[in-house]
Design a protein around this ligand. Structure first.
Ligand SMILES: [Zn+2]
Length: 296
């Protein structure tokens, strides 16, 4: 174990720490399918009730906020995606899928992607040794059984990618991860200078609904940003991706984005993106496969 004092670390120690799950070569392709100039990939982390459960909080109030994601959030999202003829990626904690098996089955049947998102939204970096592996493997099997679709991608809960996560992903033979943030565009993960072949599709809190809207009653966390302000940020992020010919990846949560004022904002954002010529809308799995194949 390295010393608790960073200034005492040897060069091999800090090089080892920064060498884990590091960004390798860029996988930004020179072009997108059908001659499109940019790609848009939308994801919905269907956490539902697992956030309070992860916090060991049995409060029916907080759990009901999660259930809103199932009752109103996902139906509104599915209707919006259907209206715009877009396929998206849905990341499920296994417990959320077990609570709502009819939901995950319907989402998969509509052609959306199902991805791994922990067992019960646990915090990977706080788990005892070996537990993350067991939970991740069990979560993937559970999602496959419930949805009929074998996940090829993972998004760690709260993007809490641990020092063990990359080896678990490699063992599972997954195509991609979407938790790390070293770029705007896809890149290959390297493990202590060794290329892994695993595609990273980087998210960022700047392109996430939660930091702008999430409200926790018994904490100081009360942003409740106006949807128009968030729309301005998301739009500028998309416009930049469009100008550069890159990827626009947006992370949302049904219990957050599903509210009336916010789903209307998402609808306007999608309309804006569709108004620009040459935008390829695809699932994370489709984007990762394209970027990997183009890079050779
Ligand atoms: Zn989540």
């Amino acid at each position: 174990m390295p010393s608790a004092n960073p200034w005492e670390w040897s060069e091999p120690e800090w090089r080892h720490m920064t060498g884990r799950a590091r960004a390798g070569r860029s996988l930004r392709p020179s072009g997108w399918p059908g001659g499109a100039r940019c790609c848009v990939t939308l994801s919905f982390d269907a956490d539902h009730e697992t956030i309070p459960l992860r916090d060991v909080d049995e409060s029916p109030m907080r759990i009901s906020q999660g259930q809103y994601g199932n009752r109103q959030g996902v139906p509104r999202i599915r209707a919006l995606l259907d209206r715009h003829d877009i396929r998206a990626s849905f990341f499920y904690p296994a417990v959320s899928a077990l609570l709502h098996p009819e939901e995950i089955r319907a989402v998969a049947q509509e052609g959306h992607e199902i991805g791994v998102h922990s067992w019960i939204h646990e915090t990977n970096t706080k788990l005892p040794p070996g537990v993350e592996r067991e939970l991740t493997l069990r979560a993937a099997d559970t999602l496959e059984k419930l949805s009929g679709q074998r996940p090829v991608g993972i998004r760690t809960a709260s993007w809490d990618f641990s020092v063990d996560t990359l080896s678990i992903i490699r063992e599972m033979g997954l195509l991609y991860d979407s938790s790390l943030m070293a770029d705007d565009d896809a890149y290959e993960l390297i493990d202590q200078n060794e290329p892994t072949g695993i595609v990273e599709l980087p998210p960022e809190w700047i392109r996430d609904d939660a930091p702008y809207f999430n409200f926790v009653r018994f904490s100081a966390l009360r942003p409740y940003t106006a949807p128009s302000a968030v729309e301005e940020i998301f739009r500028a992020e998309f416009d930049g991706a469009y100008d550069e010919g890159g990827m626009f990846l947006l992370t949302m949560h049904p219990h957050i984005i599903g509210h009336r004022s916010r789903i209307a904002m998402l609808d306007r954002l999608v309309a804006h993106m569709k108004s620009r010529p040459g935008v390829w809308f695809a699932t994370h799995a489709q984007v990762a496969a394209w970027c990997k194949a183009q890079a050779g």
